[in-house]
Design a protein around this ligand. Structure first.
Ligand SMILES: Nc1ncnc2c1ncn2[C@@H]1O[C@H](C[S@+](CC[C@H]([NH3+])C(=O)[O-])CC(=O)[O-])[C@@H](O)[C@H]1O
Ligand SMILES: O=C(O)C(=O)Cc1ccccc1
Length: 244
């Protein structure tokens, strides 16, 4: 398959429709996420490194909101513990269908993967050593986030980790402006026009709700996680590791 460039928001739109992970997004997703999220490739590689360190023998590793399975493939390549498997979940049928093709194409590894088309809020989390929420929590309505984080905590073994990557917000307007402008400069440098940037921003407004780092850290701590470490940040994108 030819690599398709994201031009979804390139032409002026008559009406703004909320952003959706449909066939059009799936077809350009690797290009879209790479050009939109600073450090995405580095985050994916390091999810494999973290999973290799924290995966426990005989446990499950979860990739919640797996999209095309980039984090799953990275973990599958690195995990060396015996009797581990990966459960990858996404509720977009189009994403999962393409994700399954990519998974089948990837060289077979010792770690089995099950891809499930389901809402991550309804999937049981049990006997887990590694749980990944790589830019997924931001799409869950804020009021429902504490329950999901608490369920993940309950399903983790002691010493297990949650890797949480998110677009973040800043409570001080000047800092919000600073990081948002730099993110837009990053997108412009990757070939997006001002129109594409602003149309996508409007489409995401009701769907993707970033919170501050402090808000994430407090929620993780109140769920019971013993430590929360920010291991990556570039502009308004960050990734944390929370250890049970
Ligand atoms: N309630 C839900 N249940 C299941 N899936 C959901 C839900 N809500 C959203 N999704 C799914 O979460 C994914 C978010 S993308 C993750 C990138 C990936 N992790 C990556 O490492 O490449 C992030 C982004 O595009 O900014 C989409 O595939 C949605 O269908
Ligand atoms: O594109 C953006 O502005 C983002 O904030 C990141 C993103 C990347 C891919 C899908 C949805 C949001």
């Amino acid at each position: 398959m030819i690599k398709k460039t994201d031009a979804i928001y390139a032409a002026p739109l008559q009406e703004m429709i909320d952003f959706k992970f449909d066939e059009r997004v799936v077809a350009v997703f690797p290009d879209m996420i790479q050009r939109s999220v600073p450090g995405y490739g580095m985050i994916i590689s390091n999810i494999g490194i973290l999973a290799a360190k924290y995966a426990q023998a005989g446990s499950h590793c979860y990739d919640l909101g797996c999209s095309l399975g980039a984090a799953t493939l990275s973990m599958r390549q690195r995990i060396k513990e015996p009797e581990c498997d990966i459960i990858a979940v996404d509720n977009s049928p189009a994403m999962l269908e393409r994700g399954r093709e990519l998974l089948a194409r990837d060289a077979a590894a010792a770690v089995p993967v099950t891809m499930i088309c389901a809402d991550i809020q309804e999937v049981p989390i049990e006997n887990a050593s590694v749980v990944v929420l790589n830019f997924t929590l931001q799409f869950i309505p804020p009021a429902q986030r504490p329950e999901l984080i608490e369920r993940i905590y309950a399903g983790l073994r002691p010493g297990g980790i949650l890797i949480l990557s998110e677009k973040i917000a800043f409570s001080e307007p000047a800092r919000q402006h600073f990081h948002q402008e730099l993110h837009h400069d990053f997108k412009r440098a990757n070939g997006y026009s001002d129109l594409e940037i602003s149309q996508k921003r409007s489409a995401l407004e009701n769907v993707m709700i970033p919170e501050t780092l402090a808000c994430h850290q407090e929620r993780l701590k109140s769920a019971g996680f013993s430590s929360v470490e920010v291991w990556f940040q570039c502009f308004n994108f960050a990734s944390m590791v929370a250890i049970k």
